[in-house]
Write a protein that binds this ligand. Structure first.
Ligand code: TYD
Length: 135
C-alpha cells in the first residue's frame, strides 16, 4: 500500500521554522480532536488497531518514530522524522507506532471525537472487515 504524505510549507527565516495547519485547507477534514504521545518507552508498540470511519494526520513534531501501515494486503513501514511532514491515514488501515526516539512527540489530528466504537482492535477482525469490503 502507498502511504499518503502531506508535506507542509515551512515558513522559515533566520529565526527558525514555522508550520501552520488549517482544517479543510492543508488538513483535508475538520479537526475535532488533537492528541499527542510522548515519553514513549523504546520497545513499546502503540496503536495496533484500525478505524471504521476516522481520518487522521500524524506528525512527529519532535524526534522520530516509525509507523507501520497495513491495508490487509500489504504493509509499509514509514519513518516520520520531520515536523513538516504529515502522514494521512484513513479508515480500514491497521496501524502500529514503534521505535520512538527518546524525547519523540507524535501528534495526531483527528476528524472525530474519541469513540471506542470506531476502533477495531483485533487483527483477525480487521482482516475480516477489509475482506468483506473487497467482496
Ligand atoms: P490507546 O488507544 O491505547 O492509544 P494508542 O492508539 O496510541 O495505542 O489509548 C490510550 C488511552 O487513552 C486509552 O485509555 C484511551 C485514551 N484515549 C482518549 O481518552 N482519547 C483519545 O483521543 C485517545 C486517542 C485515547
Amino acid at each position: 500500500m502507498k502511504p499518503v504524505f502531506i508535506d507542509f510549507q515551512e515558513h522559515g527565516d533566520w529565526r527558525g521554522q514555522l508550520v501552520a495547519l488549517e482544517e479543510d485547507k492543508n488538513i483535508p477534514f475538520q479537526i475535532k480532536r488533537v492528541y499527542f504521545m510522548y515519553d514513549t518507552l523504546p520497545n513499546v508498540v502503540r496503536g495496533k488497531h484500525s478505524h471504521k470511519s476516522l481520518y487522521q494526520v500524524l506528525f512527529c513534531v519532535t524526534g522520530a518514530c516509525t509507523i507501520g501501515l497495513d491495508d490487509g494486503r500489504e504493509r509499509v513501514d514509514i519513518r516520520l522524522d520531520r515536523p513538516s511532514r504529515g502522514l494521512l491515514i484513513g479508515p480500514n488501515v491497521w496501524r502500529e507506532m514503534y521505535d520512538f526516539m527518546p524525547g519523540a512527540v507524535l501528534m495526531v489530528l483527528a476528524s472525530e471525537y474519541y469513540d471506542e466504537n470506531d476502533y477495531i482492535r483485533d487483527y483477525r477482525a480487521f482482516l475480516d472487515s477489509v475482506k468483506e469490503k473487497q467482496e
